[in-house]
Design a protein around this ligand. Structure first.
Ligand code: IFM
Length: 441
């Protein structure tokens, strides 16, 4: 596998999944605080109240990353720590936490990559309609301004949103993520406001960051394959590609909403005001790609619109929760490069959940995760060779954490966490990654 010496090998996390300390230092309530305390919302009835207690243990976690030799760390900021009411008064203590974190990273020789929104919306904004309210897009831009003003001198890589598809569809259509709403019309308006908020934030961020910084976004993408070569199945795959990938990527890269998908949504399409399409296509310096699994579909005329049937290969290997298909990473990288030609791409998330436990030797022998990462790294190298300007790779995730609706039942970390004692044990995959980085840097 050939990677450039300056390739950014990193790990990623997000605020609500690791920080805990939900009442510390003036942090406001987030929609995930409210949602996790709603009976039945989370598989194991757990919450992120404590999670990995990273808010208090960030120095230990930075030292852990340093010991693994990672070059970069992608973390997200909890908006309610900065603006407890979503807008208005800034909570200095919240800002100071992230400022200390950035300093600790830089001291450890680790480059910070900051994500502004990884799903923990201030509850105060949700009470006013959340992402369905256009004002939330403006509020986001103001929050992005606060953050880049304060940290922009030291943190030079920024992302607006993590996985806007999940924010919109899991939170407002399927209702399995906060805020737990099930309404397609609202979902599509939310998705538009998310993109709009990105477009409003980017110029404000650039103004604060000046030259030499990089601003991007990290959607989740899914390569979609037809069940057969039949024209109907190929059209079905194209529909799903539109619903999942192009609905977000086309407007972000100046193509407007894809007409075929717009038509599919019929009366549920969002209200798009004059100028929005131009605003949300603010040029980015890089595109983040979160990749986990592919989709394979057949045409299903008898099923409700969009007439799709999931026919994912039952023989493909699986992690604890997903199909394993490393070639999909290559395919989606090539597709995004071909269709949008972003100046640079980063894999901002890729990783696997397995049911890991320490053995009698107190080590965690996660050979499945090592095989997973190695196979995916090989596909990244293949994409580089094919001309994709890939600049870095963030393994999801540094340590086991609160996995949203699955609570603590899925372990995605390369570090095992004992949630009773907060003891961290680097799994074999972490040590393998350390050696891999050493060899390729
Ligand atoms: O844990 C999540 C993360 O927050 C967003 N991307 C997918 C990960 C694994 O499900």
């Amino acid at each position: 596998m050939d990677f450039p010496k300056d390739f950014m090998w990193g790990v990623a996390t997000s605020s609500y999944q690791i920080e805990g300390a939900v009442h510390a230092d003036g942090r406001g309530e987030s929609i995930w605080d409210r949602f996790t305390h709603t009976p039945g919302a989370i598989k194991d009835g757990s919450t992120g109240d404590v999670a990995c207690d990273h808010y208090h243990r960030y120095r230990e976690d930075v030292a852990l990353m340093q010991s693994l030799g990672v070059k970069a760390y992608r973390f997200s900021v909890a908006w309610p720590r900065i603006l407890p009411q979503g807008t208005g008064e800034v909570n200095q203590a919240g800002l100071d936490f992230y400022s200390r974190l950035v300093d600790a990273l830089l001291e450890a020789g680790i480059t910070p990559f900051v994500t502004l929104y990884h799903w923990d919306l201030p509850q105060a904004l949700e009470d006013r309609g959340g992402w369905n309210n256009r004002d939330t897009a403006e509020a986001f831009a103001a929050y992005a301004d606060v953050m880049t003003r304060r940290l922009g001198d030291r943190a030079r890589y920024w992302m607006t949103h993590n996985e806007p598809w999940c924010t919109a569809f899991l939170g407002y259509d399927m209702g399995i993520f906060a805020p737990g709403i099930k309404d397609l019309k609202v979902t599509l308006q939310v998705s538009h406001h998310l993109l709009l908020s990105h477009g409003l934030a980017v110029p404000a961020m650039r103004a604060n960051l000046g030259d030499g910084a990089a601003v991007g976004i990290a959607p989740n993408f899914m390569p979609v394959y037809p069940a057969t070569d039949a024209p109907e199945d190929r059209a079905a795959a194209r529909r799903l590609d539109g619903l999942f990938n192009r609905w977000f990527a086309d407007p972000l890269f100046g193509k407007g909403y894809p007409q075929d998908t717009w038509d599919l949504y019929g009366e549920n399409v969002p209200d798009v005001q004059p100028g929005d399409i131009e605003t949300l296509a603010a040029p980015v310096d890089f595109l983040g790609v979160n990749y986990y699994n592919p989709g394979t579909v057949a045409d299903a005329p008898d099923a409700p619109p969009p007439h799709l049937r999931d026919v994912s290969d039952p023989d493909l290997e699986r992690t604890a929760d997903r199909i394993i298909y490393p070639e999909g990473l290559y395919d989606i990288l090539v597709q995004l490069h071909r269709d949008y030609n972003p100046p640079a791409l980063y894999i901002t998330e890729n990783g696997a959940a397995f049911h890991d436990e320490p053995g009698e030797d107190s080590r965690v022998h996660d050979a499945g995760r090592i095989a997973f990462l190695e196979a995916h790294f090989a596909q990244a190298a293949r994409a580089l060779k094919a001309g994709v300007p890939l600049k870095g790779y963030f393994v999801w995730t540094l340590m086991d954490n609160f996995e949203w609706a699955a609570g603590y039942t899925l372990r995605y970390g390369i570090t095992w966490v004992d949630f009773e004692t907060q003891r961290r044990i680097p799994k074999d995959s972490a040590l393998w990654y350390r050696d891999f980085i050493r060899k390729h840097s």
